[in-house]
Design a protein around this ligand. Structure first.
Ligand code: GSH
Length: 206
């Protein structure tokens, strides 16, 4: 059976699990990383030399990098739908996935880390403020995009919606003001309402 290594408290594991659930796949998720440890063991490093989660194991085939796992699962099980067949449509989705991984994720990380993982007495609020300021600009960009696109890569859901939904879930879970952005909120509500979100995006941040 398909195995996904990684604790569900990780945004990157949530992407893989959301994708597997969206595709209706049978899989086993094995806790690893954070308080569960495991990732520094020689056995795990043999699977994922980066010592991070998630890692996908399908028989002899091993894959790491969360967005690549999402791409692989969607290509294998939803070619032409979640993984667009048309090259331009596919790369339109691809660029938003990279935007999540290289732009939105790094921008929001400090606010998440300081407010959720660092004890209050040790927080660096300057980092939080900088993270909020940069992420607000990105959210404005996403809001503008979603005002004219029902889903991230167009009229229907694709693989690109998965990492972005997990990123927005992490952001909206932060105890900070969230200025109204109706298009993001409408899209996010659609993604949260999908059965695949259960036990992934229905969980609070920790
Ligand atoms: N680029 C990697 C990043 C993976 C990553 O940094 N995972 C974090 C959790 S979100 C991790 O494993 N941290 C160490 C740990 O949990 O022990 C991916 O997208 O899969």
């Amino acid at each position: 059976m398909l195995k996904i290594w990684g604790r569900i408290t990780s945004i990157n594991v949530r992407k893989a699990v959301y994708a597997a659930q969206e595709l209706g796949l049978e899989f086993e998720r094995i806790d690893a990383g954070g308080v569960f440890g495991v990732v520094k063991t020689p056995e795990y490093i043999a699977l994922n030399p980066n010592s991070v989660v998630p890692t996908l194991v399908e028989g002899d085939f091993v894959l790491w990098e969360s967005n690549v796992i999402v791409r692989y699962l969607c290509a294998k099980h939803s070619d032409g739908k979640l993984y667009p067949t048309d090259l331009q449509a596919r790369f339109n989705a691809e660029r938003w996935m990279d935007w999540q991984q290289t732009t939105f994720g790094p921008s929001g990380r400090d606010a998440f880390w300081q407010l959720i993982r660092v004890p209050e007495s040790e927080r660096d609020m300057k980092k939080v403020e900088a993270s909020i300021a940069s992420t607000e600009l990105l959210l404005d960009r996403l809001e503008k995009h979603l005002a004219t696109h029902p889903f991230i890569a167009g009229a229907t859901m694709t693989m690109a919606d998965i990492p972005l939904t997990c990123e927005v879930h992490r952001w909206y879970g932060l105890p900070i003001p969230h200025p109204s952005r109706p298009s993001i909120e409408a899209w996010y509500a659609k993604m949260l309402a999908r059965p695949a979100a259960k036990n992934v995006l229905t969980l609070p941040l920790s």
